[in-house]
Design a protein around this ligand. Structure first.
Ligand SMILES: CC(C)(COP(=O)(O)OP(=O)(O)OC[C@H]1O[C@@H](n2cnc3c(N)ncnc32)[C@H](O)[C@@H]1OP(=O)(O)O)[C@@H](O)C(=O)NCCC(=O)NCCS
Length: 212
């Protein structure tokens, strides 16, 4: 984590797009608080229902930026070039929550220290355009760099979120079980074995930003 904070370029990639501005995939930085707040504030009520954060304001964004390199969470963002607008937040937790371990155990899956959690959120105007699919090989690459072998969904995916379920299935995730959250909503647990995932980082998405 500290190494990432000290050398964010090591995980930075540029996604070239034909239908809009290029996107930079990079670790969240301390200086991002206001741009991250703009991203959170801009999420629609439906996006907030599907992807829940502790808050959607500057205070929450500051907390995320202050947490860089301090905990087990690695936050990556998608930044539009050259505007600098943050249009995606991709969160990876390198440690598991006891409730995840218990739920998966009930489903007959023993989670290990080599498993991590993943939760993606794109700005409303970037959803459903293939961006999540383009960026996933980069997420997988980050997980593998940290020695992870499987990825589970952070808090599962709501059963009434068909786009996200389809998205995860496309990336090779398999349903491990379902559960009812404290507020009565039904969610699915999904897991991806990185050894069985096929789509590599394409040459187009593999270069560092300064490679042009
Ligand atoms: C989930 C999310 C990260 C996916 O990224 P994305 O860029 O929108 O996904 P993609 O466009 O790459 O892929 C979506 C797939 O779902 C399909 N899809 C879209 N709407 C769908 C629907 N209502 N039912 C079924 N499939 C649907 C798309 O056709 C596409 O599949 P295809 O490529 O086979 O045609 C993004 O939509 C998002 O941030 N959503 C809001 C927050 C959220 O739900 N986060 C996940 C919380 S668990």
């Amino acid at each position: 984590m500290t190494a990432v904070a000290e050398d964010p370029l090591a995980l930075t990639r540029r996604l070239r797009r034909d239908d809009g501005p290029d996107l930079l995939f990079r670790p969240l930085r301390h200086a991002d608080a206001e741009r991250l707040a703009a991203f959170l504030e801009g999420l629609s009520p439906e996006s907030r229902r599907l992807s829940t954060f502790d808050g959607y304001d500057l205070a929450s964004a500051r907390e995320s930026c202050d947490a860089i390199a301090r905990y087990d969470k690695l936050r990556l963002v998608l930044e539009e070039v050259p505007s600098g607008r943050i249009v995606g937040l991709l969160e990876i937790s390198l440690v598991l929550h006891p409730s995840d371990i218990a739920r998966y155990r009930e489903a007959g899956i023993r989670l290990e220290a080599t498993d991590c959690r993943f939760g993606p959120t794109l700005a409303d105007d970037h959803q459903g355009r293939g961006t999540g699919t383009r960026v996933f090989p980069l997420v997988r690459d980050v997980a593998q760099r940290f020695g992870k072998k499987r990825i589970i969904l952070w808090g599962g995916v709501l059963a009434d979120n068909p786009r996200a379920i389809r998205y995860y299935e496309k990336q090779g995730f398999q349903t491990a079980g379902s559960f009812t959250d404290t507020d009565g909503t039904r969610a699915l647990d999904m897991i991806l074995d990185l050894a069985s995932a096929t789509a590599p980082v394409t040459a187009r998405d593999a270069g560092r930003p300064l490679d042009g």
